[in-house]
Design a protein around this ligand. Structure first.
Ligand code: SF4
Length: 525
């Protein structure tokens, strides 16, 4: 796949490649053709490209995927996402249809094809990365299939897939007429012209949404749901392919050109929320002192409330718990001196001597007061984002760090929520569903600004939605914030950082005590 002039593999190693690794050492060259703009990525690329193209194409695709993931965190609708992504796709990953007059169809499709496979290599390493990659690649495919691909291109592509979907016969259609009509949502006289039968496991979204009639393990899918079926098929194939890639990964270690690039790519698959500047985190008017942390903790997200309660109960926290909580407290504006007082009084079972020897350094290090030069120059470490808390260092027995929405089982999570006063059944049910769908941010703090609902229809949609914990806890203040024009919908997009949760919660609950013109400016969101 790479040109020989860029080959830096030790020739001795290359000559001794194990016979089982030959597919890697000597790829069979096959010219790729791209008859459609859409691609199921079933055939790996084998033609030559330069190392520069290898890296640049992957970075361009990564930009698109990260942006798509950010749209999902921010709870953008499909229409908003399509509008947001259009210029970015045109810039980084254009894909014109056959009907366009573009002379670059081949190169655009080649870049799309290669960049997908390069990132597949980079993100096949861990289950977490595979899941994220599959999710965002599916989002990209869905966007292209439903929003951007021309009708003719789309139909040609669907025909080319040759799926073994069995058309429902006229006889069967008459036999199950009322059931088919009921599940497709069509009215009498405007029924679907055709249905297909597939194994029900291949269309989980449609089954969950009760949009298909089920009989003997088969789902009867109306033709209007074809895109859903194709997207489900895309995801299943990609998931399987990622598993296979993961198994083949050790063979890649043979190639010392690619491994560093792939490592770098996977480490850079961070969401835009990953950095948090504490300069934007100060909360005007709040008394952020050691003795006030107990009172402030009612504004903390569940992860930090759990750490705070564990600290109060045990007078101790283990290493990662301390790190997560120290950085959070630093982020809300607790200065070093107050933070040392807070931890010293909290660890009251320890002598001064033990505290000074074993724990004081931790706190000072997190603030950049001691430690390496770069740490000191940068003012210590940044508070951890949700993404970091969700994906790094899962808690073990006796540890209280992490994100309860992800790391607790449902029973313990429900009990914890109830302890914090959340017992509304619809909120708990919403949390359960979000957890099952691995939408942990959503469970915690998804915010849909109901009071911007401009029509009866929007109000109805909102009334039928399940609310997140943040929405539930702040429902009265959110209404007031809108009524008084204190916050815009953009400021209330999904929170993806515990410190943002705190800041927004504190400001909402203290609106009345502040000068809303100056203070409640939530820059940084
Ligand atoms: Fe904390 Fe983020 Fe989890 Fe909410 S989603 S509990 S803020 S880590």
């Amino acid at each position: 796949m790479l040109r020989p002039d860029h080959n830096r593999v030790d020739p001795k190693r290359r000559n001794n490649v194990d016979h089982r690794k030959r597919q890697f050492a000597e790829p069979a060259y096959k010219e790729n053709e791209y008859p459609h703009s859409l691609n199921f990525y079933e055939t790996p690329p084998t033609a030559d490209i330069t190392l520069e193209q290898f890296e640049q194409w992957a970075i361009d695709r990564l930009r698109i995927l990260a942006e798509l993931e950010a749209c999902s965190f921010r709870n953008k609708t499909p229409t908003e996402t399509a509008a947001h992504m259009k210029p970015l796709l045109e810039k980084y990953l254009p894909l014109n249809s056959n009907t366009s007059s573009s002379s670059k169809l081949f190169s655009e499709r080649q870049k799309d094809h290669y960049s997908h496979f390069i990132l597949r290599l980079a993100f096949a390493r861990t289950e977490d990365l595979r899941r994220r990659f599959s999710r965002v690649e599916t989002m990209l495919f869905r966007l292209r299939l439903t929003e951007y691909a021309g009708l003719r291109d789309r139909n040609d592509f669907i025909r080319s897939l040759n799926f073994d979907w069995e058309p429902v016969t006229e006889e069967e259609r008459n036999k199950y007429y009322s059931e088919l009509l009921a599940t497709s949502g069509a009215k009498k006289g405007e029924e679907e012209s055709s249905w297909f039968k597939v194994d029900w496991g291949r269309v989980p979204d449609l089954v969950e949404g009760r949009k298909v009639f089920l009989k003997a393990g088969q789902a009867y899918v109306p033709s209007k749901e074809l895109p859903s079926m194709i997207i489900a098929e895309f995801t299943q194939k990609l998931d399987r392919a990622l598993e296979l890639t993961a198994r083949a990964m050790p063979r890649l270690d043979e190639d010392d050109r690619l491994t560093p690039i792939l490592d770098h790519l996977s480490k850079n698959f961070v969401t835009p929320d990953a950095s948090y500047s504490s300069s934007t985190s100060s909360v005007p008017g709040a008394e952020i002192t050691a003795r006030n942390v107990d009172a402030l903790s009612s504004h903390f997200p569940l992860c930090m409330q759990h750490l705070h309660k564990s600290l109060r109960r045990d007078a101790h926290l283990k290493h990662y718990g301390r790190l997560q909580y120290i950085l959070f407290l630093k982020g809300i504006g607790l200065n070093l001196e107050e933070c040392l007082i807070f931890w010293r009084t909290s660890f009251h079972k320890f002598t001064d001597d033990t505290f000074n020897k074993e724990y004081r350094y931790n706190v000072r290090h997190a603030y950049g007061d001691v430690g390496g030069d770069s740490n000191r120059r940068g003012g210590g470490y940044s508070p951890l984002s949700c993404q970091k808390i969700l994906t790094e260092h899962p808690p073990g027995p006796g540890e209280a760090h992490g994100c309860p929405y992800r790391h607790f089982n449902l029973e313990n999570l429900t009990a914890l929520l109830q302890q914090t006063g959340i017992s509304d059944r619809s909120v708990l049910q919403g949390v359960k569903e979000d957890k099952e769908n691995q939408k942990f941010h959503m469970a915690c703090n998804r915010y849909v600004f109901p009071y911007l609902a401009v029509s009866y229809y929007h109000a109805r949609v909102y009334a039928n939605m399940r609310h997140s914990v943040f929405e539930f806890v702040h429902k009265n203040e959110l209404k007031r914030a809108k009524d008084e024009g204190v916050m815009t919908a953009a400021q209330l997009e999904t929170i993806v950082h515990p410190n943002e949760y705190f800041k927004r919660s504190y400001l909402l609950k203290n609106m009345g005590k502040m000068n809303t013109n100056d203070d409640v400016k939530m820059e940084g969101f």
